[in-house]
Every structure is written in C-alpha cells, then in structure tokens.
Design a protein around this ligand. Structure first.
Ligand SMILES: CSC[C@@H](O)[C@@H](O)C(=O)COP(=O)(O)O
Length: 357
C-alpha cells in the first residue's frame, strides 16, 4: 500500500499529521481555508507540492459548502483566500504559482457570460481537484527522466548508490515523490544498490519521514546525521546526490531544505554529480537568481527541543533558517517532468505553456 499524505474524496479533505510520524498515523480533517493555513504553517503537511495541493483543496472544501449567486463575490472570495494561503509559508513557490494560476482562471470565468455563478464554481473546483492527478503524473515522469539521467552518467554496470536530503517522497507530494521518486524508480529497475538519507536537522524530515518511506518501500537504505556526508563520500563512491526544491530561480539557483547547500559543496569536492528534481511549477522565472528568494525562519524551539525535551543550553541564541540556496554552478542538472536541463537551459522553458491540468 502506498503512503498517502493527502486524502480527498467528494469534498472531504484529510491530511496525514506529519508531526506525529513515524510513530503515529493520524489524519487531520480540513474543513476549510483556515484549517488549511494552519496545517501548512505548523508543518503537519509539508513539502512544496503538498503545501500547494492542500492549500488549494482546503479552498475547494470551503467553496463546495457555499452557494453563490454573484460571480463577483465568488471571484473576490477566491482571490482573498488564495492570497491568505500563500502567506502560510513563504519559501516554496508552488502555492504562490497555483494561486496565480487559479486567480487567472477565476478572472476568465468571471468575464464569461455564458454561465452562472454556480457553474463558474464547479468549473473552478474541477481545476483544483485535477491538481492531485497532475502532480502524480509529473512525479512519475520525473522518476523516469531522473533514473535515466543518473544511469546514463554512471560508468560501468555497477549498481548505483544515491544520497538524498530532507523528504521528497509520497509524504511531500500527491504520491510517488520527486527526488525520492527517482530513487524509487532506480530500485524498481533493479539498479539501485543503496539509498542514503540524511537526518535533516532540525525538523528531521529525513530520519522521521524519508527513512519511514524507504522502509515502507523495502528499499535498501541507511540513515546518516547531516554531519556525516563528507565522511560517507570519502568512504563509499556515490553515483549521485538527488534532492528536491522549494523554489528554483530562473538561473537555476535552488532553494531547498537547509543543509542542501553544504551537501552540494561537499559533492563538488568529491566529484559526485548533484541533481535537483522538481516539477516545472517549482521554477520561479520571475526571480533572476537565488539571492531574491525569501528564506523562511522557523521558531527556535524546533532546534532547542526534540520530542518535547530541551536539548540546547537554556539561554543560547539560535538561528533557524528552514532553507538555503544552492548556487547553480554546483548543480549538474535539474530534472523535471519535461526532461533534464542544465541550470542555464532552464530559461528555454519560460514560454513553454504548462500543460493545463
Ligand atoms: C518534493 S518536496 C521538495 C522540497 O519541498 C523539500 O525538499 C523540502 O525542502 C521540504 O521542506 P519542508 O520544510 O519540510 O516543507
């Protein structure tokens, strides 16, 4: 059975509470936008694609319960609530990209006089509800493209050892995953020797979530502390590092979970190819480079406590950025559902229309 972070059927939305994993499996009911905002902000659901899907579906849940007679009122409500959802977490671009696309759609529907407000609502709901399948299809494509890319750059017939960071699997998406989807694909082809996942302090997405997913899928895997990456690269020849992305700037600079940058620096030193895997919706062409990406800072309690127990000396000052930016020159390739691109080639995709969901 595959892990499901998001369950949605007939207007009922539930998300797996990732704060409780891996020890407890509990779903939280999402009754509308306010609940959606809170589960994203508290990181009960996390991962760039999952944030966008849950945010938009929380709006769908709310709209399904309302009856609209006036198209303008529907448009205004949609616009206000989507902008509110974007404010739940600032770094991942996916929620903002989805909001912009849906606001454009609602404006077009508003201008079309051939249907009523309720018909407009139904068309709008169809667009939101299609996001789950579109994300899954993108992930499956990323898995195939990424596995091909890793195999083709690996000399000889030996199986591949791959390192990943944070959690990019079923729990971070509608299913299958991006970087973890590539590892899944390599495993299903019988060419993966071993996956390594980092603990991913301070929130431990690697130890709690990726390790859980790898065990669930019976993929041979080993957990490392974040500080062990250089030692691993010296001890074992890795075929590649593959990570996800929260926002990729137009030049390929990539914001991802804190710690990604130091892994990329270490990979460069050891000659290990470093790949980013993400759907095109994670590329923000409006930002020329990574220095414009807003980095979310999280509460210091996430660093100073583990499972409710204080581990840091009381009174110490903390700095807790949730993401860092890996410069494009450390990135061997960006793996998307449209293919593999060198960072400098990304701009060629700017005008290519996103397949509508
Ligand atoms: C497919 S998920 C890609 C990224 O969102 C992931 O690597 C990551 O950084 C998640 O951060 P999080 O803070 O857990 O939401």
């Amino acid at each position: 059975m595959t892990l499901k972070a998001i369950k949605y059927e007939n207007g009922k939305l539930e998300v797996l509470d990732q704060l409780l994993l891996p020890l407890q499996t509990e779903y939280v009911n999402i009754n509308g936008v306010e609940d959606g905002w809170h589960v994203i902000h508290k990181m009960q659901v996390r991962g760039a694609p999952a944030i966008a899907i849950v945010g938009c579906l929380s709006l769908a849940v709310e709209l399904r319960k309302e009856i609209f007679e006036d198209k303008k009122i529907l448009r205004q409500e949609v616009e206000g609530k989507l902008n509110y959802l974007v404010s739940a977490r600032p770094t991942a671009v996916n929620m903002k990209a989805a909001a912009d696309q849906l606001i454009e759609l609602v404006n077009e529907l508003d201008k079309n006089n051939s249907f009523t407000a309720e018909e407009m609502k139904l068309r709008f709901l169809d667009a939101i509800e299609a996001m789950l399948q579109k994300d899954l299809d993108d992930n499956l494509a990323i898995g195939r493209v990424g596995a091909d890319a890793l195999i083709s750059q690996w000399p000889g017939d030996a199986q591949l050892r791959v390192l990943t960071h944070c959690n990019t699997g079923s729990l971070a998406t509608s299913g299958y995953g991006t970087a973890l989807g590539i590892i899944r694909n390599l495993h299903s082809r019988g060419v993966l020797e071993h996956a390594y996942c980092t603990e991913t302090r301070p929130y431990n997405q690697g130890a709690r979530l990726t390790a859980y997913e790898l065990l669930h899928e019976r993929i041979p895997a080993t957990l490392l502390c974040d500080s062990m990456v250089a030692a691993l690269m010296r001890a074992r020849r890795l075929a590649a590092v593959v990570v996800g992305a929260d926002r990729v700037a137009a030049n390929g600079d990539t914001a991802n979970k804190i710690g990604t940058y130091q892994i990329a620096v270490t990979a460069k030193h050891h000659g290990v190819p470093f790949f980013v895997a993400a759907p095109m919706t994670s590329v923000d062409f409006s930002l020329p480079s990574g220095e414009h990406i807003v980095i979310e800072e999280r509460p210091e309690r996430e660093m100073t406590y583990i499972n409710g127990h204080r581990i840091a000396a009381p009174g110490i000052k903390c700095w807790n950025p949730a993401f860092d930016v890996t410069p494009a020159d450390l990135i061997s390739g960006i793996i998307t559902e449209r293919g593999l691109f060198k960072p400098a080639e990304l701009l060629s995709q700017r005008q290519v229309p996103t397949e509508s969901s």
